[in-house]
Design a protein around this ligand. Structure first.
Ligand SMILES: C[S@@+](CC[C@H](N)C(=O)[O-])C[C@H]1O[C@@H](n2cnc3c(N)ncnc32)[C@H](O)[C@@H]1O
Length: 189
């Protein structure tokens, strides 16, 4: 699945995702194999989590090879082991297609983001077009079986349901299925 996000276009998308991410404290959720490591801002204090120990093992190796200073932890985004208001910015790339309860995970992100902080997402989701969206709903059981993640998540709605405030949405590739989203934790700042 992560191979779909390789190539020149992906470099552009990940560069856009990380362009405005600021510390000092940053959390990446669903780090995977560490694809974002080369985009991390220098001098930030970055923690990256993933639910999969096998993904984390790969990420650990990548961090070592590239000498990236990152704290890697095995953790479920639906139950983050961090106190409230721990991070200045939180980032997720292609993660919320596979989190079982995305709204719960997003509520946890809101909880750990500091007031005035920002949350950055690069996520593929259900198509906005009614016909194509329905088609994705029909295909989802098959594609989920074959590749794992869901193709029909209503991620913008889920972000709002979790109480985050969407500040910016940019359609990237795949006919608008892939979006760059910036959100605020909406804590009265
Ligand atoms: C498609 S991969 C994307 C990985 C990476 N962000 C990237 O851009 O290449 C999705 C990742 O989310 C992780 N993930 C899925 N559910 C999770 C959860 N509940 N908590 C934390 N990580 C999760 C998976 O283990 C996987 O590494």
């Amino acid at each position: 699945m992560t191979r779909m996000m390789e190539g020149k276009k992906a470099v552009e998308w990940y560069t856009m995702l990380w362009a405005n991410v600021k510390g000092p404290k940053i959390l990446e959720v669903g780090v995977g194999t560490g694809r974002s490591f080369t985009y991390y801002p220098p001098d930030a204090d970055i923690t990256a989590i993933d639910i999969s120990d096998r993904m984390l093992a790969k990420a650990k190796q990548t961090a070592k090879t590239l000498a990236i200073p990152v704290t890697l932890k095995e953790m479920d985004v639906q139950k983050l082991e961090f106190p409230d208001n721990s991070f200045d910015n939180v980032v997720a790339a292609c993660t919320f297609c596979s989190v079982p309860d995305p709204v719960l995970g997003l509520e946890e992100i809101k909880r750990v983001t500091k007031p005035g902080g920002k949350v950055y997402f690069l996520e593929h989701m259900r198509h906005d077009n009614r016909f194509l969206g329905k088609l994705m709903d029909l295909l989802n059981p098959i594609t989920s079986c074959l590749i794992g993640p869901a193709i029909n998540r209503r991620t913008l709605d889920n972000i709002r349901k979790a109480g985050l405030e969407i500040i910016k949405v940019e359609n990237l590739g795949m006919g608008g299925i892939l979006k760059l989203i910036v959100a605020s934790p909406n804590k009265g700042d």
